[in-house]
Design a binder for this molecule. Structure first.
Ligand code: SF4
Length: 446
């Protein structure tokens, strides 16, 4: 979501004549789009902003600002933490950033005011802001894109700061979203990921059900019907939003990619209840089974929090048992991090960092066994990939993604980029598959 929001801001700045530079030392404007989900992310952003201040010695006109969730949560107090910043723009203000930057840069160049007088803080709510993350630039060879379909969340899980930083659920209209997807497809995009904090409950308070289908499933149908789009993904859903129509969509919409990110958070019913997650471990297990029955071979990944307040060894064992039962394709395991103004932050029985770390390590090693098992099972098989371009770690190689969202690195040629084809998997590392398109009997391209 932050990546997509940052792209939108960059696009709006480009429309005003700004260019992106890779070098901080060349920049006239540096904006940090921030995350508040864990304290560590906030501390990193504040530390980074402290370092950026030094650039003002050689570029006194440099505009510095915070955007996004931390800006929203902390607002004007960031001017005390980082007194040298010019801009604090919240999550409903990304579309205003370019005009604020223009104004700030002009004033800085004219050196009319010092920092304190210059600063703009805008973290107000703004009706319709969910519809402003739209229309995007497509780079040459770009074949995947994120599409923001909604903002906010009404769920109020006990550990989560998102409802404070992103506000209540607000969806874009279906017509608007489909128009964006169509425009992306016309420019070569073949794989879209629909984004929302609680994406599968899209539109539940705003748009009617039709023929028993939720607004989200109606939207999936409409996006799958766009010519040129071959793969449709979505993130992040909530397990309670997987009603029969959505599970069934995996049986009848072939463009829906075989991957669901299904946040578990805990495998203990007691902890799930305190977390206010709205499901039990058994319900989660049953959902995994329904998804696997609807689309055999579907990959399931998850998020897990270890060390939630009051979590006992028994609770941790329950999470371990569930992880062992489901055998996720991958999992993000996080140590619980207290977030301001959330119910869990003030709960008694906060656990020590040592306990959190031990449980984190324990789950990681279990998850990694399952990841290795899933990747090893693909060695020797032919899998369909969409080639996304040069590998991040080795520019001489190309990288692609399977329908199950696994990364495949291979020796290829520029003509492969943006194409969908089969690759034979030759080996697997702990997180990546390595393949060879050349061993296929049929030529990939004529
Ligand atoms: S559903 Fe997700 S975004 Fe919403 S409160 Fe819960 S964890 Fe946060």
């Amino acid at each position: 979501m932050n990546e997509r929001d940052s792209d939108q801001v960059a696009k709006m700045l480009a429309e005003k004549g700004y260019r992106v530079t890779e070098k901080e030392t060349e920049a006239d404007v540096i904006l940090l789009n921030t995350c508040s989900v864990r304290d560590m992310a906030e501390q990193k952003a504040i530390g980074k902003m402290g370092m950026l201040r030094k650039l003002r010695r050689v570029r006194p006109h440099l505009v510095l600002g915070y955007l996004g969730c931390m800006a929203q949560a902390r607002g004007a107090s960031l001017l005390e933490t980082s007194p040298h910043i010019d801009l604090v723009a919240g999550t409903q203000k990304f579309h205003r950033v370019a005009e604020y930057v223009d104004e700030l840069l002009r004033k800085r160049i004219e050196a009319r005011m010092d920092s304190e007088q210059l600063a703009i803080v805008d973290v107000d709510e703004e009706a319709g802001s969910q519809a402003t993350i739209r229309e995007q630039n497509v780079r040459k060879g770009q074949c995947t894109a994120f599409v923001s379909i909604m903002q906010g969340c009404n769920m109020h899980c006990a550990f989560c700061i998102v409802p404070q930083t992103r506000g209540g659920e607000r969806g874009r209209t279906m017509e608007d979203i489909v128009a964006e997807v169509r425009s992306l497809a016309e420019r070569g995009v073949r794989d879209v990921t629909l984004l929302g904090q609680i994406v599968n409950l899209y539109g539940r308070h705003e748009f009617p059900k039709r023929e028993g289908l939720s607004p989200f499933v109606q939207l999936l149908e409409a996006v799958c019907a766009v010519d040129g789009i071959e793969r449709v993904r979505f993130t992040s859903p909530h397990p309670i939003g997987f009603r029969a129509d959505l599970v069934d969509a995996f049986s009848r919409l072939p463009k829906l990619a075989e991957h669901v990110h299904l946040p578990l958070q805990s495998g203990s019913d007691r902890i799930l209840k305190i977390m206010r997650r709205g499901y039990t471990a058994d319900a989660f297990r049953a959902l995994v089974e329904r998804l696997r029955a609807a689309r055999p071979g579907i990959a399931i990944t998850t998020d897990i929090i270890v060390g939630f307040p009051g979590e006992t060894e028994e609770d941790h064992a329950a999470t371990r048992a569930l992880v062992g039962h489901v055998r996720f394709d991958n999992a993000f395991v996080f140590r619980y991090s207290p977030r301001q103004n959330t119910p869990a932050a003030t709960m008694e029985e906060q656990l020590s960092e040592e306990v959190k770390e031990a449980r984190n390590q324990d789950l990681w090693s279990l998850v990694n066994e399952h990841v290795a098992e899933k990747l090893d099972a693909l060695v020797g098989k032919d899998v369909e990939i969409l080639c996304e371009g040069a590998s991040r770690h080795n520019a001489d190689r190309l990288t692609g993604r399977t329908r199950t969202n696994k990364i495949v690195v291979f020796e290829g040629a520029p003509r492969h980029v943006g194409q969908i084809f089969d690759v034979r998997i030759e080996r697997a590392s702990s997180s990546t598959l390595y393949g060879d398109p050349a061993v296929l009997e049929e030529p990939v391209f004529g």
